[in-house]
Design a protein around this ligand. Structure first.
Ligand SMILES: Cc1ncc(COP(=O)(O)O)c(C=O)c1O
Length: 352
């Protein structure tokens, strides 16, 4: 078989490891489970799964359009927001073209770009934050897409409204700016950008959001993009008809209105984050304040080794070397009990 040339540089994605019985704080999932309203809708729908799903995700789009005050032609639904990243690359990337993002960010941007034969350029960070000025310097005639994870995974840091506004004002109109807001529902910071008004003003902005994190539906795979009708119609050209299954659609429809679950999750995440910061301070560990539901921390020992030992003892985290650190791990904020167990095991590990 003669593999396509651009696939030679792709290594398959390695997801956060699962170990039976271990608590998973490795993939930024919701420790409270799934929205009960989503679960109820799933139960009620089970006798209809012999029918193909709604290819247009009509009801889900209606709900999202109402929630955000946009028209339905400004929405696209994906099998996770991961799939929308593929739509983006499928629509705009080809050999000879490039995309730009930052170092130390979500790996799917590079995967999707490489898959379609493009190349990725990386701006350096400042203080482990996306530095949009560094990204501006990398743009050239062949740049098609810019990816900004906000808040960023794995650092939890974010770009502010004023930084983003300045950036947008300096990007040529033909380049698509993807603002990936997978963790936006966790953000409480005042200077975090309000991107919805920007979408209405700029044709070249696409905002991505997901039901995986706050709503606890990671296993069902539902994410969405909000953008101009032009961008959304470009992306639809790359979508296969039944990409979002019917159970995922009804679950998402239920989850949208589940304010009680969202509030509970926010509260658990906020107090959990404060607890982790406090414990890291006591242990004199360096960490980055996170606007999301995870924290990146330097533990002063090899992250891979720590990962294996912690997993054997009952907690999985994500060893994620960033920049030239080999001792950074990303831990999802769990329930109080989960956080306490993680800290106890980490202390035992580091005290040796
Ligand atoms: C920044 C970022 N974007 C997108 C995703 C993918 O989310 P989804 O489950 O909707 O595919 C993740 C998942 O970890 C993420 O961290």
């Amino acid at each position: 078989m003669r593999l396509r040339k651009n696939l030679e540089k792709i290594t398959p994605y390695i997801a956060g490891k699962l170990k039976k019985g271990a608590i998973k704080l490795a993939s930024n999932e919701n420790p409270l489970g799934s929205s009960p309203k989503a679960l109820q809708n799933i139960k009620e729908y089970l006798d209809r799964i012999h029918i193909y799903p709604d290819a247009q995700c009509t009801t889900l789009k209606e709900k999202l359009a109402e929630k955000y005050g946009v028209t339905e032609d400004m929405l696209i639904i994906g099998n996770g927001s991961d799939e929308i990243l593929l739509f983006v690359a499928g629509a705009y990337i080809e050999p000879g073209r490039n995309a730009v993002t930052s170092v130390a960010t979500f790996s799917e941007y590079t995967f999707a770009t490489n898959l379609f034969g493009g190349s990725m350029k990386y701006g350096e960070m400042t203080d482990l934050r996306f530095d949009l000025n560094n990204i501006l310097h990398l743009l050239d005639e062949q740049t098609q897409v810019i990816y900004i994870a906000n808040p960023n995974n794995p650092t939890g840091t974010y770009v502010t409204q004023s930084e983003l506004m300045h950036f947008i004002g300096n990007v040529p109109d033909y380049m698509l700016i993807v603002i990936d807001e997978a963790y936006v529902e966790f953000v409480t910071e005042d200077d975090f950008p309000d991107t919805l008004p920007l979408i209405k003003k700029h044709e070249n902005i696409l905002v991505l959001r997901t039901f995986s994190k706050m709503y606890g539906l990671a296993g069902l795979r539902v994410g969405y993009g909000i953008g101009s009708p032009k961008v959304i119609s470009d992306l639809h050209k790359t979508k296969e008809p039944f990409n979002v299954n019917s159970i995922a659609q009804v679950a998402a429809i239920g989850a949208i209105g589940d304010h009680e679950f969202v509030n509970k999750t926010l509260q658990v995440t906020r107090t959990g984050k404060e607890y982790l910061y406090n414990e890291f301070d006591k242990m004199h560990l360096e960490y980055w304040k996170s606007a999301a539901n995870f924290v990146l921390v330097r533990i002063g020992m090899d992250a891979q080794e720590a990962f294996k030992i912690l997993m054997d003892r009952g907690v999985t985290i994500r060893p994620l070397p960033v920049l030239n650190y080999t001792d950074t791990i990303r831990v999802t904020v769990g329930t109080r009990e989960q956080n306490e167990l993680f800290i106890r095991l980490l202390k035992e590990l580091l005290e040796k």
